[in-house]
Design a protein around this ligand. Sequence first.
Ligand code: TPP
Length: 652
Amino acid sequence: MTNTLLSMITSPTDLKKIPIASLPTLASEIRHVICEQVKQSGGHLAPNLGVVELMIALHYVFDFSSDRLLFDIGHQCYPHKLLTGRLHLLGKLRQRGGMSGFPSPDESPFDLFTVGHAGTAISTAVGMARGDDHQGEAFRRESNPSGRRVVAFVGDAGIVNGVSMEGLNNAGTLKRQFLIVLNDNGMSIAKPQGAIAGYFDHLRVGSTYRSMKRAAKNVMGHLPGGSMLEGVSHRMTEMLKDAIFEDSWFEHFGLLSIGPIDGHDLPSLIEMLVEVKDVNRPLLLHAHTIKGKGFEYTENNATMFHSPKPFEVNKASVKVQQSDRSFTAAFADCLCDLMSRDDAIVVSTAAMPDGTGVDKALEQFPNRSWDTGICESHALDMMAGMAKTGCKPFFVVYSTFLQRAFDQAFQEVALQGLPVRFCIDRAGVVGGDGSVHHGFCDIALLRLMPEAVLMAAIDEKSLRAAMEYMTEYNCGLSAVRYPRDSVHDLEGDCPAFELGKARQLKACKETRLAILAYGTTAIDALEAADRVDPNHISVFDARFAKPVDGDLIQSFLEKNIPILTVEDHSIIGGFGSAVLEEAVNRKLDASRITRLALPDRWIGHGSRNEQLAEAGIDAVGIAATAVTILDSKHSPESTESCESPESLEVST
Ligand SMILES: Cc1ncc(C[n+]2csc(CCOP(=O)(O)OP(=O)(O)O)c2C)c(N)n1
């Protein structure tokens, strides 16, 4: 990458020195380095390839060392990172200590918010616009021409999110410069859903690009707040009039809507941005782009290349790295089996059909499966409504996005006692996506709901058993969590789930330490027990975080046997906290309980194994803690030897 235009860019100031005619070459270089990197490390590919020209044009025209650029989701930030001097970090994309796959203020002052969830760009941009106004720093064409401008960058699927809509509803009331760039590529991860997606489709098919050359119409009189363009140069006003989209849906939000324009035509983009950047009113620039632009295979399969694993391209084929069978694949098969046996089962996902495995149900049971678009709260409330009619709804969601439906879980599901089944994928640390996507809150959030039943799977058989249990559980909210990981089956049969009962995985005649592990950490706990002291460490798959197995906890604490809880979830409010609370409620000695979980700090991007190790919840970490507990002066070895409760002794 030496002697390329890109290699000479250490900041957007260098970009601005490149003549416009050479910018398409820069665009190709950016596409090339991103694609080469994603081939090795995996990462968001198609979204980034699609925005290269828009990012170049924005940085060419604005000065984001002072102006504000807010990303929605932020998965399309790679070109922005390269244009702001971070080429040297790209080689370790999404790896420990390397470049984050999302905007990150820790990496650069050009990144304003660490983002990863949809819908936030417009609202945070409105906030910064109002804040800069309040601080006297806002751009004003007449009174403060060197002030800060604000740009929100959002995709056609992200803009449909409820939070975006709330932001839009407010953005039109701003009385200052404010630009929303709508990156309309006609795709979410999968095909976007709903009426607004249909509206964009209609525009895409029906319109030719609006350019400066179209005949001027006298539209100023029709525009809400059209007079706010006063003071704009005659030339600019004429050009804007040509490009203004009169009947735009966004006009009703008080936004002057410009476009659709070709989001890959660099000279036109730059010309247009130069014209609109100083307009003292809220504007929306609607740009059409091609997701995956630049390579045939990414353009033709933007869903597969949205965020692929490492891959190879040979002349004839593209080979994406295969991984072992995942929990998601196991879930998808199980869901379809259950749906084939029980007509009452219905399922929803909020824009994640591929990621959650619901695509399989959508294919096999199209009348009982829905992708609702990026709207977790709606998707869950819809399931609540269907539960009320007697259906058996399964709401399938990543742990991190479930947070967007917290209030719906409370009010429309739990409070009504409605049997909505939550299938929580990506529970725990998630690897390369890092802190924006870790599923570290779900137990704590759902545990708050009176009468909720919370379960975790440790392997495919237990995932099936949990889902069978949920299918027949009609008394209220139930949930099962499973990680972004491969799934392996423990040997032997998996007993059916029994409310609030843990499953013993490893018994010993004389237990000196009992490990109660929630979820797949139970497998690591087994390995840790084998390494440390196979004859004296009993291991349990806790199965339930609510209700926890109180009798089991009591049986150990009463005999002075220490308990170690392990979970892939925040140390605050999770399974270990539930065990502590149960012990206190039963007036047992809770000081004998040690908890291993995700620490109360952010865990960055890296591999999932590195993250588990960092938290001390892999086999090595669990073993180390087990040794510490057994070596402590309070360990039962130094007091009395304790038999495992007889009723719990099962062969392994
Ligand atoms: C609240 C939330 N739900 C789901 C997602 C998962 N997600 C990441 S990117 C994406 C699609 C975004 O589509 P769009 O905004 O059009 O941007 P594009 O990828 O097409 O550039 C989705 C659903 C998310 N980031 N946030």
